[in-house]
Design a protein around this ligand. Structure first.
Ligand code: AMP
Length: 285
């Protein structure tokens, strides 16, 4: 496995490889969620490049850029064992300069949900991915559904900017109790960790109600009560039921062929997100 730190080394590597290149962008602190993306890429491409880059532009001023977990040595070992072809782990100066002129400003999808609480977050994601897509020129890029709004925005961006890249969505990998794996889970105390399962539990609860309750206002009201009663330490940021293509809220499950529940919440000051595709209702209520 080649460990690449500069754009020049990356160009050299890219010039040597033939056939499809699968690309898995990450911020490191790798867990099974990330590794599932790498395995998928390995199964679909002769070459798989993983990037590990904690992107400063996607963190707000009061967010956790400085303390974001960095475990490069372990990450490299995991990727080597899986059989990744190369890892791109550039220093910040290799990607950004203080004199940079280009900023990407996204509009509709990125102003909803997470984007309305993390101003500029998706602009930063789009900028780093645009740079990485140009440098790496992958055939396919792999993203987790765990960050559902992100993968929808990336799909839209790739379509609009004519990147000849296939975006591959991969299912969310969960802990045995259902908590979506996340690098940020390591911030939680044992008590916080026990409360964090609320996000998945409430999504499942919505799913159990969905066959009989089709009005989303009712579902969301039930969901809020569920959290307040069972998980007092969980501070809900938003919970929504949307059409998964447009990310627009829906009033009734039948309004979308693919209704998806999205949630973001704080536990012990740690921001967690999750989402679940709701099985469409079979009968009218
Ligand atoms: P991150 O390192 O948080 O930027 O994530 C890198 C990629 O891994 C993104 O495409 C995420 O959606 C994906 N990812 C993170 N956690 C999970 C998970 N639990 N299951 C599936 N994919 C994940």
């Amino acid at each position: 496995m080649e460990v690449i730190e500069t754009r020049q080394q990356l160009r050299t590597w890219r010039g040597k490889v033939y056939g499809s290149v699968g690309f898995v962008p990450t911020m490191g602190a790798l867990h099974e969620g990330h590794l599932s993306l790498v395995r998928r890429s390995l199964s679909e491409n002769p070459w798989t490049l993983v990037s590990i880059f904690v992107n400063p532009r996607q963190f707000g001023p009061n967010e956790d850029y400085q303390r974001y977990p960095r475990t490069l040595e372990t990450d490299l070992r995991l990727l080597e064992n899986l059989g990744a072809s190369a890892v791109f782990t550039p220093p910040v100066e290799e990607i950004y300069s203080p004199e940079d002129e280009v900023h990407i400003s996204l509009t509709r999808l990125s102003r909803l949900w997470c984007g309305s609480y993390r101003l500029g977050h998706f602009d930063g994601v789009a900028l780093v991915l645009t740079k990485l897509f140009h440098l790496i020129a992958p055939s396919r890029a792999y993203f987790g559904e765990k960050d559902f709004q992100q993968v929808r925005i990336v799909e839209k961006m790739v379509e609009e900017l004519f990147f000849p890249i296939e975006i591959v969505r991969c299912p969310t990998v969960r802990e045995p109790d259902g908590l979506a794996m996340s690098s940020r889970n390591t911030y939680l105390s044992p008590r916080g960790r026990a409360q964090a399962v609320a996000l998945y539990k409430v999504l499942q609860y919505i799913q159990t109600l969905a066959p009989t309750t089709h009005r989303t206002a009712e579902l969301l009201q039930e969901a809020q009560t569920y959290i307040a009663e069972r998980f007092p330490d969980v501070k809900l940021e938003y919970i929504a039921i949307v059409d998964e293509y447009s990310l627009q809220p829906i009033d009734h499950l039948r309004q979308s062929a693919r209704p998806r529940a999205l949630i973001a919440a704080y536990v012990e000051g740690v921001r967690l997100i999750d989402n679940l595709l709701l099985t469409p209702p079979e009968e009218e209520s």
